[in-house]
Design a protein around this ligand. Structure first.
Ligand code: COA
Length: 182
C-alpha cells in the first residue's frame, strides 16, 4: 500500500511544518516527542502516566500498513535533524468492523493551539475515508475539556457516551470535514 506524499503546512504563527506519513525509522523521533511532552499532554494522550516510550512501544507505533494502521507526523528541521512535533494516527478494526478505527492525536505543547491538530486530523480523516474507514472512535479522559472543543472544531459529526469513567467518542467520517481550511 502506497503512503501519501508529504506536504507543507503553515501554522497560525507563520512557522512552516512538513506533514508526512510516519516511517519505520521514526521510533527514536517518537520517543523524543513523548519525552518533550508535558506530563498533562502525555496523560491525556495515553490515558495513563506514561513517562517514555520503550523501544518496543515505539516500534509498534511505527509498524504501519498505511491502510488499516496509518499515522501522519508533523516534522520540523532542528539543526539539520528532523524532529516530530505532532502525530495523528488511526488503527482498525474496532470490534469486528474494519470500517471503525481508533484515532489518537498529540501535538507537542509548544505547538498547541496553532491549528496543527485540526489540520492533521483533517488530513487523516481524508486519508481514512479513501481507505474505507467510516468511523473514528476515541476514549477521552473526562477532564479533557480541550479535546471536546477540538472535536467540535473538526466539523465531524460526533456522539459520546460515558463508559467506565471515560467518554467513548464516535466520530462519523461520512460527511465532509467542513472545518478544514486547506
Ligand atoms: C488536543 C490536541 C491534539 C489539539 O491540538 P492543537 O493543535 O492544540 O489544536 P488546534 O490548534 O487545532 O485547535 C483546535 C481547537 O481546539 C481547541 N483548543 C486547542 N487548544 C486549546 C487550549 N489551549 N485551550 C482551549 N481550547 C483549545 C480550540 O477550540 C481550537 O479551536 P480554534 O482553532 O478555533 O481556536 C492537543 O491539545 C494535544 O495534543 N493535547 C494533548 C493530547 C490529547 O489530549 N490528545 C487527545 C486524546 S487522543
Amino acid at each position: 500500500m502506497n503512503a501519501p506524499a508529504s506536504s507543507v503546512h503553515t501554522l497560525r504563527d507563520g512557522r512552516i511544518v512538513t506533514i508526512r506519513p510516519v516511517q519505520p525509522d521514526d521510533g527514536p523521533r517518537l520517543q523524543a516527542l513523548v519525552l518533550r511532552l508535558s506530563p498533562e499532554s502525555r496523560f491525556l494522550r495515553f490515558m495513563e502516566y506514561v513517562k517514555e516510550l520503550s523501544p518496543a512501544q515505539a516500534a509498534r507505533l511505527t509498524d504501519l500498513d498505511y491502510h488499516q494502521r496509518m499515522a501522519l507526523a508533523a516534522v520540523i528541521d532542528q539543526a539539520g535533524e528532523e524532529q516530530v512535533i505532532a502525530v495523528a494516527r488511526y488503527a482498525s478494526p474496532v470490534g469486528n468492523d474494519p470500517g471503525r478505527a481508533e484515532v489518537g492525536v498529540v501535538v507537542e505543547d509548544a505547538y498547541q493551539n496553532l491549528g496543527l491538530g485540526t489540520h492533521l486530523l483533517a488530513q487523516l480523516t481524508a486519508y481514512a475515508r479513501q481507505h474505507g474507514i467510516h468511523t473514528f472512535t476515541a476514549t477521552i479522559y473526562p477532564t479533557n475539556k480541550r479535546i471536546l472543543k477540538f472535536i467540535q472544531s473538526s466539523g465531524l459529526a460526533y456522539q459520546r457516551r460515558f463508559v467506565d469513567g471515560a467518554w467513548e467518542v464516535t466520530l462519523s467520517l461520512s460527511a465532509p470535514n467542513s472545518a478544514h481550511k486547506p
